[in-house]
Write a protein that binds this ligand. Structure first.
Ligand SMILES: NC(=O)c1ccc[n+]([C@@H]2O[C@H](COP(=O)([O-])OP(=O)(O)OC[C@H]3O[C@@H](n4cnc5c(N)ncnc54)[C@H](OP(=O)(O)O)[C@@H]3O)[C@@H](O)[C@H]2O)c1
Length: 394
């Protein structure tokens, strides 16, 4: 929530804030000033507006991805599987974190067969078991993963591999249906029509309810959607990765497909979790990311500082500003910040209370456009698998 008095109080400090105000203090500022937003569970398209009248559409803090209704913010599963720290979180802590998310209105949980591999689905399945029917579980297929050892052998969306993956996901997630099943990466050897047909079969069997694509080629989206309508595309999108704005977001808008930004916080960079002194240990995925090498961090911090200035204007932490900015782009955008930390979870959820007027959006966008980012958004090998078009049939 914006607070004008506090805004004035802090405005004078902006210029010198890097010297006088620890950046963790800025984060706490957002925590201290934003009222906690509680959301009732099970809200649907028809909700009570508090005056005894009902309105149709999507309830507050709920959004639509195609026809699938989800909470306005989801929870990503990578941090609890140790992707960023090389340590897997204890299941009792994962249970607590997911219960806390659920109790605070987050009902959209993202995972994948390859997170772990295999282990994150088990963590999430166990954590949401007490309230499984009230949440949306999203997972992903599309790699050849040995179901026993977890060995990952490359991209593979042949129908038999999709089936094996989905059956495995159902077991690991302790559920008999997947709410949203994404193809993790387009398979350059399998026509997307074959993938869509396999998903249709799984839908007819009641095992999959909705589907999506992650980092697909544009034409592949059109072809997939023509066979079986997509609910969501999941791509990287954040202040330093705005490529979706030029092509995939307009396409989603045209086709009525929802959009789920992954790494909305830039691997923690926009949550002020990375600074000039950050170094990543072996096994921490961040060690290979070009934008957070020791050489590139100092230049890229300019964008974090810019976001922090907006945080001072709106009395919010940089993670809250970043998530609220993403949510403000379109009502069918649902970021899925990942966290393993309950304080961070609560901080992120409060982004739901921050709004941007269209003038503010324009100003914010023009400010970030002026900042030059050093480094590509990912390592070349990872980028090579993105934006791929599936081959034609026959
Ligand atoms: N489709 C794809 O190809 C793809 C690729 C990558 C990710 N994903 C999905 O997208 C989700 C989100 O992306 P991500 O988790 O990789 O990156 P992210 O959400 O951009 O950032 C996660 C990192 O930020 C930190 N963080 C989060 N909130 C924080 C806060 N308020 N203050 C300080 N630090 C904070 C987390 O550490 P703490 O644990 O300490 O909070 C974690 O290290 C993933 O979890 C996964 O489900 C999908």
């Amino acid at each position: 929530m914006e607070n004008k008095n506090s805004e004035n109080l802090w405005r004078g400090n902006i210029v010198n804030r890097r010297k006088f105000l620890g950046r963790s203090a800025i984060a706490s500022l957002g925590l201290a000033l934003n009222p906690f937003s509680m959301v009732a569970h099970g809200e649907t398209g028809a909700a009570n507006n508090g005056e005894g009248k009902t309105f149709t559409g999507t309830a507050p803090n709920r959004r639509k991805l195609g026809n699938l209704e989800v909470s306005a913010q989801g929870l990503g599963g990578l941090p609890v599987v140790g992707f960023y720290t090389s340590g897997v979180r204890d299941q009792s802590l994962v249970n607590k974190l997911y219960r806390e998310a659920y109790d605070n209105g987050v009902t959209f949980f993202d995972t994948a067969e390859v997170y772990g591999p295999l282990t994150n689905e088990k963590q999430v399945g166990e954590a949401v078991a007490p309230f499984r029917k009230d949440v949306v579980l999203a997972t992903k297929f599309g790699f050849d993963v040995d179901p026993d050892t977890g060995e990952r052998r490359g991209i593979d969306s042949r129908p038999k591999t999709i089936r094996r993956s989905v059956e495995g996901s159902l077991k690991r997630l302790k559920t008999d249906y997947i709410d949203l099943s994404y193809q993790h990466r387009v398979d350059p050897n399998v026509p997307i029509e074959d993938v869509a047909g396999t998903i249709q079969d799984l839908m007819n069997e009641g095992k999959v309810r909705n589907w999506g694509l992650s980092e697909p080629g544009l034409n592949t989206v059109r072809r997939a959607h023509a066979v079986q309508p997509l609910s969501a595309v999941q791509n990287e999108y954040s202040p330093w990765s705005r490529d979706p704005e030029t092509d995939i977001l307009p396409l989603c808008e045209e086709l009525g497909i929802g959009f789920v930004p992954w790494c909305p916080l830039g691997y923690g960079f926009f949550a002020d979790a990375i600074n000039e002194n950050s170094r990543f240990s072996e096994g921490d995925f961040r060690a290979i990311l070009p934008r957070i090498t020791p050489e590139n961090i100092p230049q890229n911090l300019e964008m974090l500082y810019y976001i922090e200035e907006w945080g001072l204007r709106k009395n919010a932490s940089p993670s809250q500003i970043t998530l609220a900015w993403l949510q403000a782009q379109k009502p069918w955008i649902v970021p899925i910040p990942g966290t393993s930390n309950s304080v961070h979870l609560r901080e992120n959820i409060r982004a739901n209370d921050i709004s941007f007027s269209s003038e503010e959006l324009k100003e914010f966008n023009s400010g970030i456009s002026d900042i030059t980012i050093a480094g590509t958004r990912n390592a070349q090998g990872v980028m090579d698998a993105m934006g791929v078009e599936a081959p034609s049939e026959g």
